[in-house]
Design a protein around this ligand. Sequence first.
Ligand code: MTE
Length: 390
Amino acid sequence: IGDGDPNILNLPEHSTTLGQAVATNGYGVPSKYETNLLRRESPGLTRVSAASVSFAPLQGLFGIITPSGLHFERHHQGWHDIDPSKHRFMINGLVKNPKVYTMDDLMRLPSVSRMHFIECGANTAMEWGNVAVPTVQYSHGMLSCCEFTGVPLSVLLEDCGYDKKNGKFILAEGADGSSMTRTISMDRALDDVIVAWGMNGEMLRPENGYPLRLVVPGVQGVSWVKWLRRIEVGDKEYGTKDEAIHYIDSMPDGMYRQYTSIQECKSVITTPSAGQMLLDKGFYNITGLAWSGRGKIKRVDVSVDGGRNWRTARLEGPVNTKCLTRFNINWVWDGSPVVLQSRAIDDTGYVQPKINELRAVRGTRSIYHNNAIQSWKVSESGEVSNVQVY
Ligand code: MTE
């Protein structure tokens, strides 16, 4: 039996002394034992960090909501903390009554709160040619999911009397120095797009567009314009620099696809994942995330033999539309080398492709929209690493 566990036998100080006072931290912060869970930059990815990306630590998150302080960031020209009392939002173009709104004007309108994922179109971009990054944070961390609050864009477009005959598109513009503008079809703008100020029950964080951002459910992150200052209604696609030079899909024949903005169905196992270590054989809960820009996740299958056999995972409810869905499945590791994979299917019937199926259509030099099945190899030592299986 031994001497017994000192952590049980000896009363710790926290059981015998007075704890800290309420509101010691006016705004709560994580435990000092949790300081390793951070968004991280991939050094050398871009020339300056103000025009770069930080990845969310998916391996350490539970459920489907990304804590606001760990939401990934992607800035073309750095972030700002904008004074909301000076921020203005304008709607112009093909509208009867062009208008300028203050934040107070917007926040008294009827609002909605909805949970949605946001994924950068460049998520998993580095893996087109071969295995490139060491952890799920870097391979899939340009992904987050929050509850967003704001006014439906349809309410504002009606308020300005948009031209119902000729107003076929909108152009969204941010207030940062990146001149980043995106065209969105009027159908989508009137459907589920939100002009949002809230994220996870509080105001947006400055890094994520405070005080106002566009939420475009199911669509790649670039269209979720931050520090939103203007929407123009127009009769055709605008073909701006971020639609003509960037965020286009290169095809094997040298041509490019434009305006492929939907984030197709995708999933990834977050634990066990590359960079982690299985300590012993025995029981493990394999867990991960699945999502689709076209609707809800219908099913997630998991393979522990590199895609030869598949078992259906448990989906944790609620399963929301255009939102992350958490899946879990029991697994007993026998200590031999294995390859773990997950494959998501959405409610349109679309099945997440294998990397070679995707390459057959898109080639190996693409950047955006890599939604391939991810493989993690568990070696005999328990070490988990990133591999590609065809
Ligand atoms: N909006 C503005 N104004 N400026 C930007 O640089 N980056 C876009 C989009 N909106 C960007 C922007 C890109 S490419 C992405 S992927 C998302 O914001 C990232 O949002 P996040 O930083 O909140 O994760």
